[in-house]
Structures are given as structure tokens and as C-alpha cells.
Ligand binder design. Structure first.
Ligand SMILES: NC(=O)c1ccc[n+]([C@@H]2O[C@H](COP(=O)([O-])OP(=O)(O)OC[C@H]3O[C@@H](n4cnc5c(N)ncnc54)[C@H](O)[C@@H]3O)[C@@H](O)[C@H]2O)c1
Ligand SMILES: O=C(O)CC[C@@H](O)C(=O)O
Length: 526
């Protein structure tokens, strides 16, 4: 039974879902890094929010880990490249808290426009300072939206309901989508020049870090108000403080901070700053949504191999997973077979072709598995999650093609590997929809099951070869399980694939190589 650790505060519904799906679950929140490292090795899954930092050293200790599930959107607390390198799927729940977070941004905008937190504190203190608090309307003001994804779009919609004009900067926002959202797509400097309120809704990346700094603030309108319910690192806090003190920025509403948990911050105590402790996603509805969703997604992956909302792996639905399973075996075998034939030379290009029924499948995970099998003999650390990345890093071009032309087989998958100076191709099918068979090697028809110990021979199709080979294997006490032959045309290149019951010693391979008709012989262990 797979075992999952919940290491951050999640709705109790998550633990119940795991148990209902047959996943054992431990809940241990507030762990220090070394405490997490000490126990993570026991778990197949780790369910987190933003407090747990899934760093490279945590992942190094996570020897059984298969999936990290983030109950929320931002995954900047997970080292995704390190997870990918270790074959750990990282999933998030991209929509479960979007409305809640957008509503928080709108609430923060009202709060900073009308000084609500300070006015509330003053009134509680019995001061009745009616003249101290003079706000501004949102009506007819311009809202500058930086990041027009899920949350940004909802904020834009709600702001339009308040009769604000919305201008948006997002390098990935298409003119069509901007039109659909009813926002004006602008460049960043134009947004700074036009906006009365600026709200941030981007992930924290190298491209967005410190996007609000002294230079960008200088381009903003005097009296601008800034709202950040995305990530702390988007704003240079020292520059914001200076601009607030200078009166350039009239107010800021911040849910997120450069260092969290933010027990201290240079902006705390400033009368023009409204703060909340990263509450953007904190509604009962959102927490229920993300907890249920993450537990469903992680259980589906651990139990059925279904992948959804993964950031480092193609999706596989629960319906697809059982259909893909025999193909996954075929892809792994073909990749591994091709890899063993290609191990010594530099691979330049890999083409994976699908024919017949295979063209109807979600082939991206199959391609990833085939690459894993192919690269495995060269790089043992490769896995289906990191295989496409590893191929790219090694400058191996990968092409994935569905051939619509009629095929000789009901379903077929072919891997062609182009190397320095030579090409190898291996094709396979499924018998009775479930049993992988290799049906062609280098374009020569064969019919072989992949078994643990095989001898692969290419030879000239001339009399005497089979007898000589049989004698060598017999003398070595190797029992032949299956013997498969194929040839291009009579008298030309032929291929022989022999399955034997035990590993083939190198001395036997050397004797086979000495048979006059043999061009090449190789023991293959799967
Ligand atoms: N405060 C909270 O509790 C809370 C809750 C949920 C999400 N978040 C944060 O909000 C962020 C946005 O969430 P989302 O669901 O809208 O994500 P999303 O992926 O749907 O949208 C992000 C948008 O940012 C855009 N973007 C990327 N780089 C940009 C750049 N340099 N300049 C401008 N735009 C850029 C993308 O094109 C995308 O449209 C998350 O990454 C997360 O960090 C915070
Ligand atoms: O888990 C939380 O409370 C915050 C989540 C939020 O930052 C997110 O990125 O989804």
C-alpha cells in the first residue's frame, strides 16, 4: 500500500480521501528540515502547502518518493528540476483557490483605498477619528494588472464589476484573450504610467522577481496604490518603503513577503501598509477544494498511474491509464532494446512513430517511457519524468509522429535512433491487445518476445550458421527458450534473436562472433 506524508496544514478531507483510495497516510506538520529528511525515505507521496520546502537535499533523502502534491498554485517551494531529475512528479491544483485569492486581492484593494484596517483599529480603541481617514473611490479608476492568468482574469472581471478600467501586462496574453477579458493589453511602462492601482498576479520567476523596484516605481503615477497577493519576491520591499515614505506610493496592501513566515518586516507598522499573513487562499471553500483535489490526484497517480496537473510530466487520465499500461510496457521494451543496440555511439536523433490503434492514444507519456528505456543503458539515473529533459540537455532531437497511413499491424510503435554514422530501428506491436512483441529490427521482420536474457546476432544468410550457433549454446549449457530469425532477402543480411534461460557469458558471445557468417553478436539483458 503506498504511503503519503501530509507535512502542512491541509483540510482533514485530504487524509480521508487518501484512506478511502487505499493510501496509507501520516500527518506531521511543522517539521524542521532535518526532521523531514530523517523520515521522508519511507514515503511514496508528499502532500504540502507553502510551508514545507522541498529542496534538493530533501529530495535526495526521499528514496521512495514518486509524487509531491502541492495543495495550491505556487510551486516555488519545490525544487522542480531536482524532483524531475529523481523522477518525482510534481503536481499542483491550479484552479482550486483562484476565486478565493482573486477575492482577497479585491478585498485588499478596498482595504488600502479606504484605510479600513487602521480605521477599524482606531474605532476599536474608542478614538472616533472621522477626519483622519479619507479614502478614494475605485469607480472609474484604472487598475493595472500584472499577470493575466487564472487569478488575474478573475480580478479583472470583478474590477470591471466595480466599473474600473483594466489595463493588463502579460507577455503571454494574446490580443484575442485580452478582448475576451475586456482589458486593454499594454506594455509594462504604459501600465505603470496609467494605473491608479496595480495588482500583481504572476508566479515568482527570474523574469518577475523584483518587478516592482525603485526604477519601476519612478514610472508610476504619484499616489498609486499597490496590491500584492502573488509572491513576496515580486517587490523590492526597501524600494517600496522609500516610495511610501516619500508619498509617491499612497498605499500598499500585501499578503505575501520576501521572507515568510514574516514575523518581522521593514514595512510592518507603516500606516499606509495593509498586511495579511499569506491568507490569499485561506477560505474554507478553497482549502476544501485544494485538499480534495491534491489527495485525489496523488492517489490516482500512486494507484492507477493517472497523472493530472503535473508540472514536469505529461498528463494521463484515469481512463487512459489502463489503456496505456500495455503500451507503456511495449514502449519501455522497445526503448530499452534500441538503447542496448545504440549504447556505444553518440545518439543525435530519436524518432518515435505510432501507427494504427496507437495513433489514437495520448502518446506523450509513451514517448517519455521509450526515451527512458533508450537512454537508460547510457544514463542509469534517467526516468520517465526527466527523460525528455535529459535528451534535450544531451542535444538529442526527439520527434514523435503519428502515421495516419494504413499499417500492416493493428497497432505499431517504432523507434528509430540516428547516431554518428548509423541508424537503428526497432518496431513492436501488442498481441491480443496486451502482450508486447518485437516485429522488426533494422527494417527486417522478426517476431520475438523480450525476455530477460537474449542473444542478438546479425549475420549473412548463409548455410551452416544456425547449426554452429546451436552447438555453441548447447556446449555452454544454455537452454534455448525461443529462436527467432529474419532476413532482408535470401542470402543477404539476417537477424537472429535467441532467448535463453540464463545470462550469456561473454566467452560464449566471443565464440558466436567467431562463426564465419556472423557480423555482430551481443548479449542483451533486460
Ligand atoms: N496569496 C496566495 O495565497 C496565493 C494563492 C494562489 C496563488 N498565488 C500566486 O499567484 C500566482 C498566479 O496564480 P495564477 O493561478 O493566476 O497563475 P497562472 O499561471 O494562471 O497565471 C500567471 C500569469 O502570469 C503571467 N506571467 C508570467 N511571467 C510574467 C511576466 N514576466 N510579466 C507579466 N506576467 C507574467 C503568465 O503568462 C500567466 O498568465 C501564483 O503563481 C502564485 O504564486 C498566491
Ligand atoms: O497554501 C496557502 O495557504 C497559500 C497558497 C498559495 O500561495 C498558492 O500559491 O496556491
Amino acid at each position: 500500500m503506498p504511503k503519503v506524508l501530509i507535512s502542512d496544514e491541509l483540510s482533514p478531507a485530504a487524509a480521508q480521501i487518501f484512506r478511502d483510495r487505499g493510501v496509507e497516510v501520516d500527518i506531521k506538520t511543522g517539521l524542521k528540515k532535518d526532521e523531514l529528511i530523517a523520515i521522508i525515505g519511507q514515503y511514496d507521496g508528499l502532500a504540502i502547502r507553502s510551508a514545507t520546502k522541498v529542496t534538493a537535499d530533501v529530495l535526495a533523502a526521499a528514496t521512495n518518493l514518486k509524487v509531491v502534491g502541492r495543495a495550491g498554485i505556487g510551486v516555488d517551494n519545490v525544487d522542480i528540476p531536482a524532483a524531475t531529475a529523481r523522477g518525482v512528479v510534481v503536481m499542483n491544483t491550479p484552479f482550486g483557490n483562484s476565486i478565493t485569492t482573486a477575492e482577497h486581492a479585491i478585498a485588499m484593494m478596498f482595504a488600502v483605498a479606504r484605510d479600513i484596517p487602521a480605521a477599524s483599529a482606531s474605532t476599536h480603541a474608542g478614538k472616533w477619528e472621522k477626519n483622519r481617514f479619507m479614502g478614494v473611490e475605485l469607480y472609474a479608476k484604472t487598475l493595472g494588472l500584472i499577470g493575466a492568468g487564472n487569478i488575474g482574469s478573475i480580478v479583472a472581471d470583478r474590477a470591471q464589476g466595480l466599473k474600473m478600467q483594466v489595463v493588463a501586462y502579460d507577455p503571454y496574453l494574446t490580443p484575442e484573450r485580452a478582448l475576451e477579458m475586456g482589458v486593454t493589453k499594454v506594455e509594462l511602462d504604459e501600465l505603470f504610467a496609467r494605473a491608479d492601482f496595480i495588482t500583481l498576479h504572476t508566479p515568482l520567476t527570474d523574469g518577475t522577481r523584483n518587478i516592482i523596484n525603485a526604477a519601476s516605481i519612478a514610472k508610476m503615477k504619484d499616489g498609486v496604490r499597490i496590491i500584492n497577493c502573488a509572491r513576496g519576491g515580486l517587490i523590492v520591499e526597501e524600494d517600496l518603503l522609500a516610495a511610501l515614505n516619500a508619498g509617491k506610493v499612497a498605499g500598499a496592501a500585501l499578503d505575501v513577503f520576501a521572507v515568510e513566515p514574516a514575523k518581522e518586516n521593514i514595512l510592518f507598522g507603516h500606516e499606509k501598509v495593509v498586511c495579511t499573513p499569506h491568507l490569499g487562499a485561506s477560505t474554507t471553500e478553497a482549502q476544501e477544494n485544494v485538499a480534495l483535489q491534491v489527495a485525489e490526484q496523488m492517489s490516482a497517480y500512486l494507484i492507477d498511474g493517472a497523472v493530472s496537473n503535473a508540472l514536469n510530466m505529461p498528463s494521463v487520465t484515469a481512463e487512459e491509464a489502463p489503456r496505456l499500461r500495455p503500451y507503456m510496457k511495449l514502449a519501455a521494451q522497445l526503448g530499452s532494446f534500441a538503447g542496448k543496440l545504440s549504447a556505444e555511439v553518440g545518439i543525435r536523433k530519436v524518432t518515435i512513430e505510432y501507427e494504427g490503434a496507437a495513433t489514437k492514444l495520448n502518446t506523450r507519456p509513451l514517448t517519455a517511457i521509450a526515451l527512458q528505456g533508450l537512454l537508460g543503458p547510457l544514463m542509469p539515473s534517467v526516468n520517465m519524468v526527466n527523460a525528455p529533459v535529459v535528451a534535450k540537455e544531451r542535444n538529442i532531437a526527439v520527434a514523435d509522429t503519428k502515421l495516419e497511413a494504413p499499417s500492416n499491424y493493428q497497432t505499431l510503435m517504432r523507434i528509430t535512433v540516428e547516431m554518428d554514422g548509423k541508424t537503428r530501428s526497432v518496431a513492436g506491436t501488442l498481441f491480443a491487445d496486451a502482450h508486447p512483441r518485437i516485429v522488426s529490427i533494422k527494417g527486417i521482420t522478426v517476431e520475438a518476445e523480450v525476455t530477460p536474457h537474449m542473444l542478438y546476432v546479425t549475420n549473412e544468410d548463409k548455410p551452416g550458421f544456425i547449426g554452429a550457433l546451436g552447438s555453441i549454446l548447447g556446449e555452454a549449457g544454455l537452454n534455448i527458450a525461443t529462436f527467432n530469425l529474419g532476413r532482408r532477402t535470401a542470402g543477404e543480411e539476417a537477424i537472429c534473436l535467441v532467448a535463453v534461460d540464463e545470462a550469456i557469458p561473454q566467452s560464449v558471445v566471443d565464440k558466436v562472433r567467431a562463426i564465419p557468417q556472423v557480423k555482430q553478436a551481443q548479449a542483451l539483458d533486460f
